[in-house]
Design a protein around this ligand. Structure first.
Ligand SMILES: Nc1ncnc2c1ncn2[C@@H]1O[C@H](COP(=O)(O)OP(=O)(O)O)[C@@H](O)[C@H]1O
Ligand SMILES: [Mg+2]
Length: 368
């Protein structure tokens, strides 16, 4: 996957930016507050329909403007060239276009245009609650398992109906509840099988990456928790049926894949509790690189990789480990840094094929 061109208007301090990125590596250099992260944010927004910095997309619109637009020509390994665009208005309306056609769902862009970003907020993956780890798994499955979106959609529809029933405030009609439990159990079990397979694959890739690039320094284990107690209940349906009363009492859907989590453990304890910040960063990179490796092996598609302030995030040895990985799994990469002095000679020679952009007050200039 390659971005051939990128045009951004009225996103944060980027009033009007037009870039022709290099197909391999793009360095973006600029002082604090110049607009580096905003550029990465625009690329992530185009793929995911939302920012990695804020759930409130109005914050992205440049002060004094009423709409932001990001537009790009891309080239995909399988389907060739496309034009993708997204706009967000101050009234909260998002519209996504693929090859000039308005899309009903923003996820249509993500499908042709996968992006992985590693930036300050990504640490929440290790330190934060389970929903981010579920999103990570779902993102990966969305891109490698073509059945995923349909199963997930059916599961979510059932869950929504059940939730409405439990929260209606009236005496719950148990026949209706049993119906939705059967729907949820059916799609939930399928989702669980897919998720478990994806986790197994991710764990295997992580093991290889640890061995090949991080000299086995990462003492990490993963434990997928499916969202219900499989040791007690053979099936999700059995669990939902036996726990019906407690779900009615709590007026909440307590069991199923929407409650799953992926525990990330370091020598048996949760990584978030015992790892140093530096170790957590390495784990984060390890997990994201494992996703890239799996996606490339399984689909032949390389996602676009956004690495915000890489020189400040990792030490030199580990930056070189990431570089070695990218040599074997080449992705179009955008790397930001505060000064070109933090881009080492080693990085420049490893990423021989590159462009370098300088940014000042939201204005970009290609410098080499
Ligand atoms: N909605 C907005 N409108 C205009 N400027 C904004 C908006 N949101 C943030 N900014 C400004 O955009 C600038 C660029 O931010 P950022 O991309 O995070 O910088 P960098 O990553 O280079 O340090 C900052 O000066 C910030 O104050
Ligand atoms: Mg920044």
């Amino acid at each position: 996957m390659r971005l051939l061109s990128l045009e951004v208007s009225n996103l944060r301090n980027l009033q009007s930016v037009s870039l022709l990125p290099h197909p391999n590596t793009n360095f973006v250099i600029g002082a604090n507050g110049s607009g580096k992260t905003s550029l990465l944010e625009s690329i992530a927004l185009l793929s995911n329909g939302r920012s990695f910095r804020t759930p409130d997309s109005k914050k992205l619109i440049r002060h004094g403007s009423d709409q932001l637009v990001v537009f790009s020509a891309i080239e995909s390994e399988h389907s060739g060239k496309h034009r993708v665009g997204i706009s967000k208005s101050g009234k909260g309306i998002t519209s996504a276009k693929l090859d000039g056609k308005l899309q009903q769902k923003v996820s249509a862009l993500a499908k042709v245009f996968p992006v992985i970003s590693i930036e300050t907020n990504s640490m929440e993956l290790i330190e934060g609650g389970p929903s981010l780890r579920r999103s990570l798994l779902d993102w990966g499955m969305f891109h490698v398992e073509h059945r995923f979106l349909e199963i997930w959609g059916q599961y979510r529809a059932g869950l929504k109906q059940k939730n409405a029933l439990l929260k209606s405030g009236k005496k719950v009609n148990t026949t209706e509840l049993q119906h939705w439990n059967r729907v949820i159990a059916h799609f939930g079990e399928r989702l669980d099988i897919e998720r478990t397979q994806y986790c197994d694959a991710l764990i295997e890739q992580f093991g290889r990456i640890r061995h090949d690039y991080f000299e086995s320094e990462l003492e990490i284990q993963f434990r997928y928790r499916p969202g219900w107690d499989k040791a007690t209940f053979v099936t999700l349906e059995q669990c939902l049926s036996e726990k019906m009363e407690s779900e009615i009492q709590r007026a909440s859907c307590l069991y199923g894949p929407h409650r799953a989590d992926l525990d990330i453990l370091w020598n048996g304890s949760l990584a978030k509790d015992i790892c140093s910040r530096g170790q957590k960063k390495l784990v984060l990179y390890g997990v994201r690189l494992a996703q890239i490796a799996y996606m490339m092996r399984k689909t032949g598609v390389s996602p676009i990789l956004l690495l915000d302030d890489l020189p400040a995030e990792l030490d030199e040895k580990n930056i070189n480990n990431v570089i070695r990985f990218l040599k074997e799994f080449p992705c179009q990469t955008f790397i930001t840094a505060i000064s070109d002095q933090s881009i080492t000679q080693e990085m420049l020679s490893a990423f021989e094929e590159h462009k370098m952009f300088h940014v000042e007050h939201g204005t970009f200039e290609e410098i080499r």
